[in-house]
Ligand binder design. Structure first.
Ligand SMILES: [Zn+2]
Length: 121
């Protein structure tokens, strides 16, 4: 059995959605879709285009980010890098603060000693 031009065009344009979805849209069986696809050399393997990097992926896009696995991992890595930068900044501030406080304590101690030695002179 041959398909109408409309059905064939639909098959070509939606091949990346997989046999199941096409069969449902065209109101025919999954087998019929597979037979026609193989007759015209059309791959029914599901694929998606990532809206972030524009690459085609054979794995479903992330339901969280809507991106491919690589873009999702990249975004996660960027977030972690940002967190690390913020933590480093906090640690640097705390260390600087401790150093300055320590320096003031020593200075205070030295001044006290000097004042005491002046009194006894
Ligand atoms: Zn991507």
């Amino acid at each position: 059995m041959y398909w109408t031009t409309y059905k064939l065009r639909y098959l070509e344009e939606h091949a990346n959605e997989g046999a199941e979805a096409i069969a449902e849209a065209l109101g025919c069986s999954r087998t019929a879709v597979e037979v026609q696809a193989s007759r015209y050399g059309i791959s029914l393997r599901k694929r998606w285009r990532c809206p972030r990097c524009g690459m085609v992926t054979f794995r479903p896009l992330s339901t969280v980010t809507g991106w491919c696995a690589n873009c999702t991992k990249e975004a996660r890595r960027d977030r972690i890098a940002e967190e690390v930068r913020e933590m480093e900044e906090e640690v640097r501030r705390a260390e600087r603060e401790n150093r300055e406080r320590q320096a003031l304590y020593s200075k205070k101690h030295r001044m006290k000693k000097k004042l005491e030695s002046m009194k006894s002179e």
